[in-house]
Design a protein. Structure first.
Length: 432
Protein backbone atom coordinates (compact mmCIF):
# COMPACT_ATOMS: atom_id res chain seq x y z
CA UNK A 1 0.00 0.00 0.00
CA UNK A 2 0.88 3.64 -0.46
CA UNK A 3 0.24 5.28 2.91
CA UNK A 4 -0.20 8.93 3.92
CA UNK A 5 0.51 9.62 7.60
CA UNK A 6 -0.80 12.95 8.89
CA UNK A 7 0.99 14.80 11.69
CA UNK A 8 4.36 16.10 12.83
CA UNK A 9 4.92 14.98 16.42
CA UNK A 10 6.53 12.16 18.37
CA UNK A 11 3.47 9.99 17.86
CA UNK A 12 3.79 10.33 14.09
CA UNK A 13 7.54 9.63 14.10
CA UNK A 14 6.79 6.43 16.04
CA UNK A 15 4.04 5.51 13.57
CA UNK A 16 6.40 6.12 10.64
CA UNK A 17 9.12 3.98 12.26
CA UNK A 18 6.65 1.14 12.78
CA UNK A 19 4.90 1.42 9.40
CA UNK A 20 8.22 1.34 7.56
CA UNK A 21 8.99 -2.08 9.09
CA UNK A 22 6.00 -3.68 7.34
CA UNK A 23 6.25 -5.42 3.97
CA UNK A 24 2.69 -4.22 3.36
CA UNK A 25 3.93 -0.64 2.97
CA UNK A 26 5.10 0.22 -0.54
CA UNK A 27 5.56 3.97 -0.07
CA UNK A 28 5.11 6.14 3.03
CA UNK A 29 4.39 9.86 2.93
CA UNK A 30 4.22 12.06 6.05
CA UNK A 31 2.40 15.40 6.06
CA UNK A 32 4.10 17.51 7.22
CA UNK A 33 6.44 15.30 9.30
CA UNK A 34 9.53 16.44 11.18
CA UNK A 35 13.32 16.03 11.04
CA UNK A 36 13.02 12.40 12.21
CA UNK A 37 10.20 11.09 10.03
CA UNK A 38 12.12 11.62 6.80
CA UNK A 39 14.27 8.58 7.65
CA UNK A 40 11.23 6.34 7.07
CA UNK A 41 9.33 8.04 4.27
CA UNK A 42 8.92 11.26 2.32
CA UNK A 43 7.92 14.42 4.17
CA UNK A 44 5.24 16.39 2.32
CA UNK A 45 4.71 20.11 2.93
CA UNK A 46 0.98 19.87 3.66
CA UNK A 47 -0.42 21.12 6.96
CA UNK A 48 -2.76 18.87 8.96
CA UNK A 49 -5.81 21.09 8.32
CA UNK A 50 -5.30 21.57 4.55
CA UNK A 51 -7.81 18.93 3.45
CA UNK A 52 -8.03 20.03 -0.20
CA UNK A 53 -4.28 19.60 -0.71
CA UNK A 54 -4.43 16.21 1.04
CA UNK A 55 -7.15 15.02 -1.32
CA UNK A 56 -5.23 16.14 -4.40
CA UNK A 57 -2.06 14.54 -3.11
CA UNK A 58 -3.80 11.22 -2.41
CA UNK A 59 -5.27 11.12 -5.91
CA UNK A 60 -2.02 12.09 -7.64
CA UNK A 61 0.06 9.58 -5.65
CA UNK A 62 -2.48 6.74 -5.54
CA UNK A 63 -2.65 6.64 -1.77
CA UNK A 64 -4.50 3.58 -0.44
CA UNK A 65 -4.54 4.37 3.27
CA UNK A 66 -4.61 7.61 5.28
CA UNK A 67 -3.51 7.37 8.93
CA UNK A 68 -4.49 10.42 10.99
CA UNK A 69 -2.20 11.06 13.96
CA UNK A 70 -3.53 14.19 15.74
CA UNK A 71 -7.08 14.99 16.79
CA UNK A 72 -7.56 18.29 14.96
CA UNK A 73 -8.18 16.89 11.44
CA UNK A 74 -10.61 14.32 12.89
CA UNK A 75 -12.63 16.88 14.86
CA UNK A 76 -12.75 19.07 11.74
CA UNK A 77 -14.13 16.21 9.62
CA UNK A 78 -11.34 14.88 7.39
CA UNK A 79 -12.96 11.42 7.13
CA UNK A 80 -16.35 12.94 6.30
CA UNK A 81 -14.86 15.02 3.48
CA UNK A 82 -13.01 12.08 1.93
CA UNK A 83 -16.01 9.77 2.16
CA UNK A 84 -18.42 12.33 0.68
CA UNK A 85 -16.24 12.74 -2.42
CA UNK A 86 -16.56 10.04 -5.11
CA UNK A 87 -12.89 10.57 -6.00
CA UNK A 88 -11.59 9.67 -2.54
CA UNK A 89 -14.29 7.55 -0.86
CA UNK A 90 -12.38 4.35 -1.76
CA UNK A 91 -9.36 5.41 0.34
CA UNK A 92 -9.12 3.71 3.73
CA UNK A 93 -8.88 6.08 6.69
CA UNK A 94 -7.67 5.33 10.20
CA UNK A 95 -9.56 7.82 12.36
CA UNK A 96 -13.22 8.49 13.13
CA UNK A 97 -15.54 10.94 11.40
CA UNK A 98 -16.64 14.20 12.95
CA UNK A 99 -19.45 12.57 14.98
CA UNK A 100 -17.11 10.04 16.60
CA UNK A 101 -14.41 12.66 17.13
CA UNK A 102 -16.78 14.56 19.42
CA UNK A 103 -15.71 12.09 22.12
CA UNK A 104 -12.56 14.20 22.31
CA UNK A 105 -13.77 17.42 20.68
CA UNK A 106 -16.30 18.03 23.46
CA UNK A 107 -15.86 16.99 27.09
CA UNK A 108 -19.57 17.69 27.62
CA UNK A 109 -20.52 15.33 24.77
CA UNK A 110 -18.26 12.56 26.06
CA UNK A 111 -19.61 12.84 29.63
CA UNK A 112 -23.21 12.68 28.36
CA UNK A 113 -22.26 9.65 26.25
CA UNK A 114 -20.76 7.86 29.27
CA UNK A 115 -23.78 8.67 31.42
CA UNK A 116 -26.20 7.46 28.73
CA UNK A 117 -24.44 4.11 28.25
CA UNK A 118 -23.58 3.37 31.87
CA UNK A 119 -19.84 3.78 31.52
CA UNK A 120 -18.23 4.46 34.94
CA UNK A 121 -16.94 8.03 35.27
CA UNK A 122 -16.87 10.89 37.79
CA UNK A 123 -19.99 12.92 38.62
CA UNK A 124 -20.13 16.26 36.78
CA UNK A 125 -22.09 19.28 35.58
CA UNK A 126 -21.46 21.54 32.57
CA UNK A 127 -21.70 25.35 32.63
CA UNK A 128 -21.52 28.27 30.20
CA UNK A 129 -21.02 32.03 30.51
CA UNK A 130 -24.77 32.37 31.02
CA UNK A 131 -24.79 29.92 33.95
CA UNK A 132 -21.58 31.04 35.65
CA UNK A 133 -23.26 31.82 39.00
CA UNK A 134 -24.88 28.38 39.11
CA UNK A 135 -21.43 26.98 38.39
CA UNK A 136 -19.90 28.87 41.32
CA UNK A 137 -22.62 27.52 43.63
CA UNK A 138 -21.97 24.00 42.35
CA UNK A 139 -18.22 24.36 42.90
CA UNK A 140 -18.72 25.48 46.50
CA UNK A 141 -20.59 22.24 47.24
CA UNK A 142 -17.85 19.99 45.83
CA UNK A 143 -15.31 18.06 47.85
CA UNK A 144 -11.70 19.10 47.28
CA UNK A 145 -9.88 19.10 44.98
CA UNK A 146 -12.20 20.35 42.23
CA UNK A 147 -11.57 19.37 38.60
CA UNK A 148 -12.26 21.89 35.82
CA UNK A 149 -12.19 20.87 32.16
CA UNK A 150 -12.42 23.09 29.11
CA UNK A 151 -15.04 21.55 26.85
CA UNK A 152 -13.08 21.83 23.59
CA UNK A 153 -9.57 21.04 22.36
CA UNK A 154 -6.86 22.74 24.41
CA UNK A 155 -3.69 20.87 23.40
CA UNK A 156 -3.75 18.72 26.53
CA UNK A 157 -3.67 21.76 28.84
CA UNK A 158 -7.38 22.43 29.43
CA UNK A 159 -7.71 20.42 32.66
CA UNK A 160 -7.16 22.11 36.02
CA UNK A 161 -7.14 20.38 39.43
CA UNK A 162 -7.84 23.05 42.03
CA UNK A 163 -6.93 22.38 45.69
CA UNK A 164 -9.26 25.08 47.10
CA UNK A 165 -12.74 26.36 46.35
CA UNK A 166 -11.36 29.89 45.97
CA UNK A 167 -8.88 28.81 43.28
CA UNK A 168 -11.55 26.73 41.54
CA UNK A 169 -13.95 29.71 41.44
CA UNK A 170 -11.24 32.03 40.14
CA UNK A 171 -10.09 29.62 37.41
CA UNK A 172 -13.69 28.76 36.50
CA UNK A 173 -14.50 32.44 35.91
CA UNK A 174 -11.24 32.94 34.04
CA UNK A 175 -12.09 30.06 31.70
CA UNK A 176 -15.66 31.18 30.97
CA UNK A 177 -15.51 34.98 31.23
CA UNK A 178 -11.94 35.67 30.11
CA UNK A 179 -11.64 32.75 27.65
CA UNK A 180 -8.49 31.41 29.30
CA UNK A 181 -8.42 28.56 26.76
CA UNK A 182 -10.10 30.49 23.94
CA UNK A 183 -13.11 28.90 22.29
CA UNK A 184 -12.26 25.62 24.06
CA UNK A 185 -13.58 27.05 27.34
CA UNK A 186 -16.90 28.46 26.11
CA UNK A 187 -18.24 25.54 28.12
CA UNK A 188 -16.60 24.20 31.28
CA UNK A 189 -17.16 20.80 32.87
CA UNK A 190 -16.91 20.77 36.67
CA UNK A 191 -16.09 17.25 37.77
CA UNK A 192 -15.63 15.28 40.99
CA UNK A 193 -12.02 14.30 41.66
CA UNK A 194 -11.23 10.61 41.27
CA UNK A 195 -8.52 9.26 43.54
CA UNK A 196 -6.40 6.27 42.61
CA UNK A 197 -3.70 5.67 40.04
CA UNK A 198 -4.00 6.67 36.40
CA UNK A 199 -3.29 4.71 33.25
CA UNK A 200 -4.03 4.91 29.55
CA UNK A 201 -5.66 2.11 27.57
CA UNK A 202 -5.55 2.11 23.77
CA UNK A 203 -8.15 0.39 21.63
CA UNK A 204 -8.29 -0.18 17.87
CA UNK A 205 -11.87 -0.24 16.53
CA UNK A 206 -13.14 -1.13 13.05
CA UNK A 207 -16.84 -0.40 13.54
CA UNK A 208 -17.65 -3.96 14.59
CA UNK A 209 -14.68 -5.43 16.47
CA UNK A 210 -11.89 -4.13 18.64
CA UNK A 211 -8.35 -4.99 19.75
CA UNK A 212 -7.00 -3.71 23.07
CA UNK A 213 -3.38 -2.62 22.66
CA UNK A 214 -0.74 -2.48 25.43
CA UNK A 215 -1.59 -0.06 28.22
CA UNK A 216 0.69 2.68 29.49
CA UNK A 217 1.03 5.28 32.22
CA UNK A 218 1.98 8.82 31.28
CA UNK A 219 3.26 11.80 33.27
CA UNK A 220 1.52 15.08 32.56
CA UNK A 221 3.03 17.68 34.88
CA UNK A 222 6.24 19.49 34.00
CA UNK A 223 8.11 18.92 37.27
CA UNK A 224 9.44 15.97 39.24
CA UNK A 225 7.00 14.64 41.79
CA UNK A 226 4.07 15.68 39.57
CA UNK A 227 4.55 19.38 40.29
CA UNK A 228 3.91 22.43 38.15
CA UNK A 229 1.48 22.94 35.26
CA UNK A 230 0.10 20.25 32.98
CA UNK A 231 1.84 19.58 29.69
CA UNK A 232 1.10 17.44 26.65
CA UNK A 233 3.07 14.67 28.40
CA UNK A 234 6.57 14.34 29.88
CA UNK A 235 7.05 10.58 29.73
CA UNK A 236 5.41 7.15 29.79
CA UNK A 237 5.97 3.54 30.77
CA UNK A 238 4.44 0.30 29.46
CA UNK A 239 3.17 -2.09 30.74
CA UNK A 240 1.90 -1.05 34.18
CA UNK A 241 1.71 -3.59 37.02
CA UNK A 242 -1.66 -2.39 38.37
CA UNK A 243 -3.35 -3.28 35.05
CA UNK A 244 -3.36 -7.05 35.57
CA UNK A 245 -5.59 -9.51 33.72
CA UNK A 246 -8.47 -9.12 36.17
CA UNK A 247 -8.43 -5.31 35.91
CA UNK A 248 -8.18 -5.38 32.10
CA UNK A 249 -11.14 -7.78 31.98
CA UNK A 250 -13.17 -5.14 33.85
CA UNK A 251 -11.95 -2.50 31.38
CA UNK A 252 -13.08 -4.64 28.45
CA UNK A 253 -16.49 -5.50 29.94
CA UNK A 254 -17.40 -2.22 31.65
CA UNK A 255 -15.81 0.34 29.34
CA UNK A 256 -14.59 -0.84 25.93
CA UNK A 257 -17.54 -3.06 25.03
CA UNK A 258 -20.24 -0.55 26.08
CA UNK A 259 -18.32 2.24 24.34
CA UNK A 260 -18.40 0.35 21.02
CA UNK A 261 -22.02 -0.63 21.62
CA UNK A 262 -22.93 2.99 22.38
CA UNK A 263 -21.22 4.23 19.22
CA UNK A 264 -23.22 1.73 17.18
CA UNK A 265 -26.48 2.81 18.83
CA UNK A 266 -25.63 6.42 18.03
CA UNK A 267 -25.13 5.44 14.39
CA UNK A 268 -21.41 6.24 14.50
CA UNK A 269 -19.25 3.95 12.35
CA UNK A 270 -16.05 4.38 14.34
CA UNK A 271 -12.88 3.22 12.57
CA UNK A 272 -9.79 4.36 14.40
CA UNK A 273 -8.07 4.43 17.77
CA UNK A 274 -9.63 5.35 21.08
CA UNK A 275 -7.34 6.38 23.90
CA UNK A 276 -9.14 5.90 27.22
CA UNK A 277 -7.70 7.78 30.17
CA UNK A 278 -8.56 5.67 33.21
CA UNK A 279 -8.38 5.85 36.98
CA UNK A 280 -7.78 2.57 38.80
CA UNK A 281 -9.76 3.18 41.99
CA UNK A 282 -9.28 0.25 44.35
CA UNK A 283 -9.22 -2.19 41.42
CA UNK A 284 -12.17 -0.68 39.53
CA UNK A 285 -11.75 1.36 36.30
CA UNK A 286 -13.33 4.80 35.85
CA UNK A 287 -13.04 6.88 32.67
CA UNK A 288 -11.33 10.24 33.06
CA UNK A 289 -11.53 11.09 29.35
CA UNK A 290 -11.65 9.76 25.82
CA UNK A 291 -9.23 10.77 23.09
CA UNK A 292 -9.91 9.76 19.50
CA UNK A 293 -6.32 8.92 18.55
CA UNK A 294 -3.23 7.38 20.06
CA UNK A 295 -1.58 9.25 22.92
CA UNK A 296 1.65 11.19 22.83
CA UNK A 297 4.07 10.24 24.42
CA UNK A 298 2.40 6.90 25.25
CA UNK A 299 2.67 5.82 21.59
CA UNK A 300 6.46 5.97 21.91
CA UNK A 301 6.24 3.40 24.73
CA UNK A 302 3.40 1.26 23.33
CA UNK A 303 4.32 0.73 19.66
CA UNK A 304 7.80 -0.74 20.32
CA UNK A 305 6.03 -3.46 22.33
CA UNK A 306 3.90 -4.55 19.34
CA UNK A 307 5.55 -7.47 17.56
CA UNK A 308 2.85 -8.24 14.97
CA UNK A 309 2.54 -6.31 11.70
CA UNK A 310 1.38 -2.77 12.46
CA UNK A 311 0.21 -2.00 8.93
CA UNK A 312 -2.00 -5.09 9.07
CA UNK A 313 -3.56 -3.57 12.19
CA UNK A 314 -4.11 -0.23 10.42
CA UNK A 315 -5.59 -1.98 7.39
CA UNK A 316 -7.83 -4.00 9.71
CA UNK A 317 -9.15 -0.79 11.29
CA UNK A 318 -9.83 0.95 7.99
CA UNK A 319 -11.39 -2.05 6.24
CA UNK A 320 -13.22 -3.78 9.10
CA UNK A 321 -10.87 -6.76 9.33
CA UNK A 322 -9.79 -6.63 12.98
CA UNK A 323 -11.49 -9.95 13.75
CA UNK A 324 -8.73 -11.62 11.72
CA UNK A 325 -5.86 -9.69 13.35
CA UNK A 326 -3.75 -11.42 15.99
CA UNK A 327 -1.89 -9.04 18.30
CA UNK A 328 1.56 -10.28 19.34
CA UNK A 329 3.70 -8.46 21.90
CA UNK A 330 7.40 -8.29 22.64
CA UNK A 331 8.49 -9.58 26.06
CA UNK A 332 10.24 -6.38 27.18
CA UNK A 333 9.27 -3.28 29.14
CA UNK A 334 9.54 0.24 27.70
CA UNK A 335 9.93 3.70 29.19
CA UNK A 336 9.86 7.06 27.42
CA UNK A 337 11.41 10.30 28.65
CA UNK A 338 10.37 13.51 26.88
CA UNK A 339 13.00 16.21 26.41
CA UNK A 340 11.47 19.69 26.21
CA UNK A 341 12.50 23.25 25.47
CA UNK A 342 13.30 25.50 28.42
CA UNK A 343 10.20 27.44 29.48
CA UNK A 344 7.73 24.83 28.22
CA UNK A 345 4.72 24.64 28.69
CA UNK A 346 4.91 28.44 28.83
CA UNK A 347 6.96 30.60 26.47
CA UNK A 348 9.95 28.82 24.94
CA UNK A 349 12.50 29.38 22.21
CA UNK A 350 12.87 27.44 18.96
CA UNK A 351 15.82 27.02 16.64
CA UNK A 352 18.33 25.57 19.11
CA UNK A 353 20.86 23.18 17.58
CA UNK A 354 20.56 19.63 18.97
CA UNK A 355 23.76 17.64 19.49
CA UNK A 356 24.31 13.96 20.30
CA UNK A 357 21.71 12.50 17.95
CA UNK A 358 24.38 10.87 15.81
CA UNK A 359 25.58 8.68 18.71
CA UNK A 360 23.78 5.36 18.15
CA UNK A 361 26.02 3.12 20.25
CA UNK A 362 23.48 2.61 23.04
CA UNK A 363 21.64 -0.60 22.19
CA UNK A 364 17.93 -0.69 22.98
CA UNK A 365 17.36 3.08 22.98
CA UNK A 366 15.05 4.70 20.43
CA UNK A 367 14.97 8.43 19.65
CA UNK A 368 11.64 9.78 18.42
CA UNK A 369 11.48 13.34 17.13
CA UNK A 370 8.55 15.58 18.08
CA UNK A 371 9.24 19.32 17.75
CA UNK A 372 12.23 19.23 15.42
CA UNK A 373 13.15 20.64 12.01
CA UNK A 374 16.18 20.90 9.76
CA UNK A 375 18.07 24.19 9.55
CA UNK A 376 19.22 25.63 6.23
CA UNK A 377 22.61 24.04 6.88
CA UNK A 378 21.05 20.62 7.54
CA UNK A 379 21.37 20.59 11.33
CA UNK A 380 18.56 19.24 13.49
CA UNK A 381 17.07 22.10 15.51
CA UNK A 382 14.32 22.44 18.10
CA UNK A 383 10.97 23.48 16.64
CA UNK A 384 8.44 23.01 19.44
CA UNK A 385 7.90 22.67 23.17
CA UNK A 386 8.24 18.90 23.36
CA UNK A 387 11.28 18.23 21.21
CA UNK A 388 12.31 14.56 21.57
CA UNK A 389 10.99 11.38 23.15
CA UNK A 390 13.64 8.85 24.20
CA UNK A 391 12.41 5.29 24.66
CA UNK A 392 14.41 2.66 26.50
CA UNK A 393 13.78 -1.09 26.45
CA UNK A 394 14.63 -3.71 29.06
CA UNK A 395 13.57 -6.95 30.70
CA UNK A 396 12.49 -4.93 33.73
CA UNK A 397 11.41 -1.31 34.21
CA UNK A 398 14.69 -0.43 35.94
CA UNK A 399 16.59 -1.57 32.84
CA UNK A 400 14.30 0.34 30.50
CA UNK A 401 14.61 3.53 32.53
CA UNK A 402 18.40 3.21 32.75
CA UNK A 403 18.55 2.75 28.99
CA UNK A 404 16.33 5.78 28.32
CA UNK A 405 18.14 8.13 30.70
CA UNK A 406 21.60 7.12 29.46
CA UNK A 407 20.49 8.11 25.95
CA UNK A 408 18.91 11.33 27.25
CA UNK A 409 22.24 12.29 28.80
CA UNK A 410 23.97 11.94 25.42
CA UNK A 411 21.72 14.57 23.81
CA UNK A 412 21.84 18.32 24.43
CA UNK A 413 20.64 21.73 23.29
CA UNK A 414 20.56 25.08 25.05
CA UNK A 415 17.78 25.17 27.65
CA UNK A 416 16.84 21.47 27.44
CA UNK A 417 14.94 20.05 30.38
CA UNK A 418 13.24 16.77 31.29
CA UNK A 419 11.77 14.96 34.26
CA UNK A 420 14.12 12.74 36.20
CA UNK A 421 11.50 10.66 38.00
CA UNK A 422 9.64 8.91 35.17
CA UNK A 423 8.56 5.44 36.35
CA UNK A 424 9.68 5.90 39.96
CA UNK A 425 6.13 5.68 41.27
CA UNK A 426 5.69 2.37 39.42
CA UNK A 427 8.86 1.01 40.99
CA UNK A 428 7.63 2.04 44.45
CA UNK A 429 4.20 0.56 43.75
CA UNK A 430 5.85 -2.73 42.86
CA UNK A 431 7.74 -2.75 46.17
CA UNK A 432 4.52 -2.57 48.22
Amino acid sequence: MNILLIGSGGREHTFAWKIAQSPLCEKLYIAPGNAGTQAFGENIAIQVSDFAKMQDFCLTNRVDLVVVGPEEPLVKGLRDLFQADDRTKHIGIVGPGKAGAELEGSKDFSKKFMKKYGIPTAAYETFTKETVEEGVSYIRKQQLPVVLKADGLAAGKGVLICPSHEEAESEFKSMLLEEKFGAASHKVVVEAFLSGIELSVFVALDGSDYVILPEAKDYKRIGDGDTGPNTGGMGAVSPVPFADAAFMQKVSERIVSPTLSGLKKEGIDYKGFIFIGLMNQDGDPFVIEYNVRMGDPETQAVLPRIKSDFVALLDGIANSKLAAYSLELEDYVTSTVVMVAGGYPGTYEKGRTITGLEDKTLEGALVFHAGTALSDSGEVISNGGRVLGITGKGKHLNEALDCAYRRVNQIHWEGVTFRRDIGQDILKWGEK
